[in-house]
Ligand binder design. Sequence first.
Ligand code: COA
Ligand code: ZN
Length: 316
Amino acid sequence: MSNLSKNGKRIYIQEVSVRDGFQMEPIFIPTDRKVEFINGLSRTGLAKIEVTSFTSPKAIPALADAEAVMCRIDRVPGVEYAALVPNMRGCERALSCGVDEINLVMSASDSHNMANLRMTPQQSLEQFEQIVAAVGGRVRLNASLSTTFGCPFDGEVPLSRVLDTVARFVDMGVDGVTLCDTTGMANPAQVARVCDAARQRWPDMVFTAHFHNTRGMGLANVLAAAQSGIDRFDASLGGLGGCPFAPGASGNVCTEDMVHMLEAMGYDTGVDLEALLVRARQLPDIVQHDIPGQVVKAGPWTRRYPVPAAKAAQGA
Ligand code: COA
Ligand code: ZN
């Protein structure tokens, strides 16, 4: 790796395959397999794992075992264990399982919030306010803003609307905010604009970026956000993922591909890529289909092949 510049900048990797990924799978992955898989992920150097979601089991049947999974996984020191929560009921369930962080979710756009959560954004904000009061600082609270970079129903979401919603989160006193590109509509120039605006207005807020690779712009968007100073990224092993209530949604940015790119560029992700690849290779058997990740197939850029014998003899 001597030809690489080591900028040494720390980037925190937050794994969402077992929530954003598994929620989209048509088969129900048995609880034991989820627990075993998460226990493996916990030992790869990831900063955070979004373990499950405490949503209605009718809305997301794939994660109907949220309590069992959350309560049975190993809690490896240094890893934060989070869960997605849409409402007060979900908050109570998450607290009963001792989560480290509740990740509140709502959309920047009206139509996606209605399709996904059956609430207006205003109603979601009211739920959040009640949750913040009920939690009373017992666990960390993060707010995820879906469709920040565009809505599959309403189209472009004005930056002013995104910032106004983030301002509500900040006023409530959340510990972190995630800017989510739910259906891969973001492009790198837009990502730079949105992230710069958010970071300039709230320089001390902990921002995460959450991209989907639906249109092949995922890693380019990660890079644009990193260059805007974002240092936390959600990603999904194998590139699984997608919202069942957003037409055309597909996988998140692939964790191992993202770690591979960032490490090659000299960022410090804290993640052991080889250990992550061991887990990625288990996924096709768990989800019963091929996965879109690329490094798991090609191997890291450091991979070398033997020089073909005939060419070596010719000195070619
Ligand atoms: N956990 C478990 N059950 C819940 C729940 C929660 N957090 N919130 C509501 N419910 C139950 C209610 O008890 C009720 O059950 P019943 O039919 O047996 O009486 C049922 O779900 C409907 O409750 P209601 O408050 O009317 O909710 P809703 O039908 O309007 O749905 C949400 C609202 C938010 C619960 C639902 O849309 C949801 O869970 N969405 C999650 C979407 C998601 O995760 N998307 C992908 C990630 S972005
Ligand atoms: Zn997502």
